[in-house]
Design a protein around this ligand. Structure first.
Ligand code: ATP
Length: 240
């Protein structure tokens, strides 16, 4: 039997002024799963994530998270409910330490210090490289380490659903492997993941389910292994 739905999106449209970037999409994320949203440049993937996070307000349709309509909530209230997006482009604070960047992730939490400390240790367990560099400037980290820090910071907000926008972008293949392995571990810890990727092959390997977005519309969806064998996916995204 399928796990229950954690996020359900109905007929979502998102506009930038006159331009409709997302044209009425419907999708379902199941609790405990990794779902990936793949598609070419400009398909509307980032726009979709920003709308879910409440950062783009020019939208219609319904977004339900854990049974509640969050379509009209401001970003901080969405984060407080456990829907957390990893900051885009490794938007870490380069002149602050790694430790301070992680602590900032817990900034909006109201639960006790002990729980936060426990999560801090858990994040360092996932990212040993960060542990070695805790008191150094975040700006001195490599690109891959900065991406890990961005993910770690999001985890400090105690997400129930983690959204990621192309965490593999600009990273060497071996680092990408590392990041994807860590996403698998994070998911094993019970966190539902929605992963936007242009790296279609690896994303479908990691995910349970996938959606293909083209020009603002969902054109295909299904189990990830089925999609990875679909001739249309092979042709368009996996080089035949
Ligand atoms: P990429 O991988 O390049 O980020 P994407 O699938 O995430 O692609 P979006 O960034 O969501 O695509 O863009 C979807 C469409 O919306 C594109 O046609 C893009 O040009 C347009 N768009 C994105 N941001 C803006 C903006 N701030 N103002 C106007 N149009 C925008």
């Amino acid at each position: 039997t399928a796990p229950p739905s954690l996020l359900s999106v109905r007929d979502l449209t998102v506009r930038y002024g006159q331009i409709e970037a997302v044209k009425g999409i419907t999708l379902e994320l199941r609790e405990g799963e990794i779902t990936t949203l793949v598609g070419a440049n400009g398909a509307g993937k980032s726009t979709t994530l920003l709308a879910l996070s409440g950062l783009l307000r020019q939208k219609t349709g319904q977004i339900r998270f854990a049974g509640e309509d969050i379509s009209r909530l401001p970003p901080h209230q969405i984060v407080a409910r456990g829907l957390v997006q990893v900051a885009e482009g490794r938007a870490i604070l380069t002149t602050m330490s790694v430790r301070e960047n992680l602590e900032l992730g817990a900034y909006t939490r109201r639960d006790d210090e002990a729980r936060i400390r426990q999560d801090f240790e858990q994040v360092l367990g996932l990212f040993p490289r960060l542990k070695e560099r805790l008191d150094g400037f975040a700006g001195n980290l490599s690109g891959g380490e900065q991406q890990m820090l961005a993910i770690g910071r999001a985890l400090m907000a105690r997400p129930r659903l983690l959204l990621l926008d192309e965490p593999s972008m600009g990273l060497a293949p071996i680092i990408v492997q590392d990041i994807f392995r860590t996403l698998h571990q994070i998911n094993q810890q019970g966190i539902t993941i929605f992963l936007v990727e242009q790296n279609v092959r690896q994303a479908l390997k990691l995910a349970h389910r996938g959606y293909v977005l083209e020009n603002g519309l969902i054109t295909l969806h299904g189990k990830a292994d089925t999609l990875a064998r679909d001739p249309r996916v092979l042709q368009a995204y996996l080089g035949g």
